[in-house]
Design a protein around this ligand. Structure first.
Ligand code: MN
Ligand code: MN
Length: 303
């Protein structure tokens, strides 16, 4: 396994670990978590979705749906994509419909509304909507980063196109592109100082995402999600410490956990993920992620 492959697998498996760990305490307040668990640090399932230990939620299964669509759509579709290569975006929309019809364990309201609109009207995007500031488009964009690594223009087009199927909001777009670019830096092994400088610059460009001083909101509003992710990712260099701190912030803990797991997993690589968490994930999930990581990196071409 080369370094890029190890970091990409670390990102995707780290994402699933964060989802499975955080889902137990999704929508809880930090003090409720402390009362019930002390510090929540084990993948035990449960939570409001009554999950099995190691079961992931919509965050991971929507990523897998998007990844499958990108693999089916192929690299040529991306290369010749001009704003409006409908075929690839329809493949993605169809994958979201198939995912939705598979009765996923959870589905956010904005995702549901967008998928229903695509199903019934066939439109690839909804109008700009101030209510579309949830983190649903952001949370599932990892496969786009892998499939377009090294081609920022393709990354931007495919990211926005997949996002607009369900979310049309400037801060959702900004978050999806920004965290995707940060992931791209980490995957290519950028030094910590470069990543830090990139983050510093980004929050100057998009002041809504400034996370210092951290306000402690970890909701599914994309601003709160990004602030929480950046706060804990930069506070802790260690994967386990970053992830435990994130999910114990509660609220949208599976999604903030997944995104911190993704970025911290890219930073440390799959070989350095905590084994006690990795072994808790369900085997089919690990297998699907492992296969997809290889395929998506192949789409991106040689590095
Ligand atoms: Mn979820
Ligand atoms: Mn969530």
């Amino acid at each position: 396994m080369n370094d890029l492959h190890d970091r990409a697998l670390g990102a995707y498996l780290g994402f699933a670990i964060g989802d499975a760990l955080g889902a137990t305490v999704e929508f809880m307040l930090p003090r409720e978590i402390a009362y019930q668990y002390g510090v929540h640090r084990d993948i035990v399932g449960g939570g409001w979705l009554k999950l099995m230990p190691g079961q992931v939620t919509d965050d991971t299964t929507m990523c897998l749906a998007l990844g499958n669509a990108l693999l089916a759509g192929g690299t040529q579709a991306m290369a010749r994509h001009v704003q409006g290569d409908e075929a690839l975006v329809r493949t993605i929309g169809d994958a979201y419909v198939k995912w939705f019809k598979s009765k996923p364990v959870d589905c956010g309201n904005t995702c549901r509304r967008g998928i229903m609109r695509y199903m019934h009207e066939g439109t690839l995007r909804g109008p700009l909507n101030p209510g579309d500031g949830g983190n649903g488009a952001l949370m599932r964009n990892l496969p786009t980063v892998l499939a377009t690594l090294g081609d920022d223009a393709a990354f931007e087009r495919v990211s926005i196109a997949q996002a607009r199927l369900t979310h049309h909001h400037p801060l959702s777009d900004a978050a999806t592109l920004g965290l995707g670019r940060l992931l791209g830096l980490l995957l290519r092994g950028a030094p910590q100082i470069d990543c830090q400088q990139w983050v510093d610059q980004w929050v100057v460009e998009v002041p809504d995402f400034r996370f210092s001083p951290y306000r402690g909101y970890a909701t599914a509003y994309v601003v709160d999600t990004v602030q929480t992710v950046l706060h804990y990712l930069t506070l802790h260099q260690d994967f386990e410490a970053a992830l435990i701190a994130t999910v114990n912030q509660g609220d949208d803990a599976d999604t903030t956990g997944a995104l911190v797991g993704m970025l911290a997993g890219a930073r440390c690589g799959a070989a350095n993920l905590p084994q006690r968490w990795l072994h808790r994930l369900q085997a089919p999930t690990v297998q699907a992620i492992t296969e997809q990581t290889r395929g998506l990196l192949a789409l991106a071409g040689p590095h």
